[in-house]
Design a protein around this ligand. Sequence first.
Ligand SMILES: *Cc1c(COP(=O)(O)O)cnc(C)c1O
Length: 398
Amino acid sequence: MEIPAILGGIPVRDTKLYYAHQYIDQDDIDAVEAVLRSDYLTCGPAIPSCEKKLCEVTGAKYAVLCANGTAALHIACMAAGVGPGDEVITTPMTFAASANCALYCGARPVFADIDENTYNLDPDEAEKKITDRTKAVVAVDFTGQSVPEDRFIELCRKHHLVYIEDGAHVIGTKYKGRPNGSFADMTCLSFHPVKTICGGEGGAVLTDSEEYYKKLLLYRAHGITRDRTQMEHPDQGPWYYEQIALAPNYRMTDMQAALIESQLKKLDIFAARRKAIKKRYDEAFSRLPQVTVQKEIPESDTVRHLYILRLNPDRLNIDRKRFFEAMGEENIVCNVHYIPVYWFPYYEKLGYKRGLCPKAEKLYGEEITIPFYYAMSDKDVEDVIRAVTKIATCYARN
Ligand SMILES: *Cc1c(COP(=O)(O)O)cnc(C)c1O
């Protein structure tokens, strides 16, 4: 056994490896350059072209590109009619945006606990939180694994709730053989550079409903319409449009849309590589009693966005913080996904208390996100495995 780096030994790597990184090739650069040389930098043809490609890839009927994944969640809540006095059920094991979208609309996020094996929002826990005020459920496909769609569809139908899927991690994943994107009433995507498909910034809402689609278009851009059928006053001429609602400017540029469309052409190769790395990690880490590998439901054919390792506190002499630091000493820069949303001071001041979702809180205390992305080399993957194995073995408690 080598001496651990934290005790003065040689680190597993001499260059740093980060938890996520985008992959950009010459085709991506050419696609953006072509837009820069064209007439339209915003509101141009790259937007509908990319939206069409998104529909092809996800099987959704309509796609509305917007500024980022957070904006997508916001306009989805607006289209769902979420407003003051309403409650929106979501998971605490997510990025704050999944809950903030309810607050933006004046509604109250209600947190329901996760399934302790899959780490996804547990439909039974969500059901327990339903009240007369519940308007919508925001289910997050955590790390890219599909939530149990059948259960959430049934739950939302039974209680007349709008089902919004935060699919920021999910692109490429299939549930029961069908791509995630047309199960929920609206599915929100993100194209942040750490996600599977990169647009710099970017987001989209997918839907099969024409009614939601029209609202999403309106809420993407100021609440302004040029659609005659939506106008209240007589047409005053070719310049005429009306603002019929209040909404932000959440438009995406054509440069971003061109980049996203170019990236989407590579989704299959991205997916295959991510699946191969996930398989190799699962194999290696399931042999280590010091860690637990995330479980998956058989219905989800997952393209992972993140890879989470759960440390087993009774098999290790160090805590998560020390493990995280030890990985850093091996030049492997980890992360933690996520701090339970209601632990943030902003939420505390709104009256949320710790202890609300014990399974999510326990996971937070024990998890670590290790490097996982398309562009990792086989050597990078093996380095991560060596580092985890080294630390887990050095600090094993029997
Ligand atoms: C990234 C992410 C978002 C927000 O997306 P942005 O494009 O960064 O605004 C929302 N929800 C989850 C679960 C995410 O991971």
